[in-house]
Ligand binder design. Structure first.
Ligand SMILES: NC(=O)c1ccc[n+]([C@@H]2O[C@H](COP(=O)([O-])OP(=O)(O)OC[C@H]3O[C@@H](n4cnc5c(N)ncnc54)[C@H](OP(=O)(O)O)[C@@H]3O)[C@@H](O)[C@H]2O)c1
Length: 243
């Protein structure tokens, strides 16, 4: 059976993903900066699904540690899901470069740092799947969150290039673009229920897209059409909208 490494395992989407893959019999490595917060999750998943769950300390911003983190994993994964992310505060990021840098480094630099290692390993083995959780926010920059959006746009382009490179080695690269998801990240926001997903819906969509060998997944499905419209609004109109 397969083994999935989930990076950023304290995230709500990551935890739903852990349950979804456990249901299919995958063994799991949960990687996060505070693994002591994962004890309950580990016992629950282990009892329910009788699979092997390992924990590993991982900080996306500690770039220097990424090579030893990956090389020293007790079990090698064949699926890696890069789930960690940081929304931050757009307003502070406009005046405080430290906040802007944390947004960029978490969503882009940290992801590149760890996925470069995974990509080289999977390319050598000529197998594996890399799942990157980007965002619809990366499809077009908006005044209210363009720092986060631009970091996700960079991540989306990175994943696209990685897919282009790794296809010939038989490695799947799946770009996931969630719209609104009800999680810790969005708990302070008022989200329209009809187009807002639960972490479980997102996890189910990801699992199915991974199995189907897909390249890009919008979740929930209607976001593909919403973003098609948003991308096609002419710039002279778009720049005047309060988005
Ligand atoms: N929720 C949405 O509406 C939405 C929409 C589009 C895309 N996304 C993306 O979906 C992914 C999962 O987010 P979520 O909605 O599940 O939110 P979440 O529950 O807030 O999860 C974000 C996770 O990222 C982790 N993280 C942040 N910085 C990290 C670092 N330096 N090293 C390791 N982990 C770090 C956090 O760890 P700690 O628990 O230690 O703080 C947290 O567990 C993110 O990439 C997010 O950008 C979310």
């Amino acid at each position: 059976m397969g083994h999935i490494l989930i990076l950023g395992a304290n995230s709500d989407i990551a935890q739903a993903l852990a349950y979804r893959y456990a249901q299919e019999g995958y063994n799991i490595t949960l990687a996060a900066r505070q693994i002591n917060r994962l004890d309950n999750l580990v016992s629950d998943i282990t009892i329910r699904y009788q699979i092997n769950v390992e924990l590993a300390e991982f900080d996306a911003l500690d770039f220097e540690s990424h090579a030893s983190f990956y090389n020293e994993l007790p079990s090698k994964p064949d699926v890696v899901a890069c789930v960690f992310g940081y929304l931050g505060t757009q307003e502070s990021a406009q005046t405080d470069f430290a906040e802007a840098k944390t947004i960029i480094d978490t969503n882009y630099t940290g992801a590149v740092s760890i996925l470069n290692l995974v990509a080289n390993d999977f390319e050598r083995q000529k197998k594996g799947a890399i799942i990157g959780i980007s965002s619809v926010a990366g499809d077009r920059g908006r005044g209210s969150n363009y720092l986060y959006g631009s970091a996700k746009a960079g991540f989306t382009a990175y994943l696209s290039g990685l897919r282009n490179r790794l296809t010939k080695s038989g490695v799947q690269v799946l770009t996931v673009k969630p719209g609104f998801v009800r999680t810790k990240m969005t708990q302070a926001l008022k989200l329209p229920p009809v187009i807002t997903a639960t972490p479980e819906q997102v996890a189910n969509d990801i699992y199915r897209a991974n199995r189907a060998g897909r390249n890009v997944l919008y979740t929930r499905w209607m976001w593909q059409f919403i973003m098609l419209i948003i991308r096609h609004i002419p710039e002279f109109v778009f720049k005047r909208l309060s988005l």
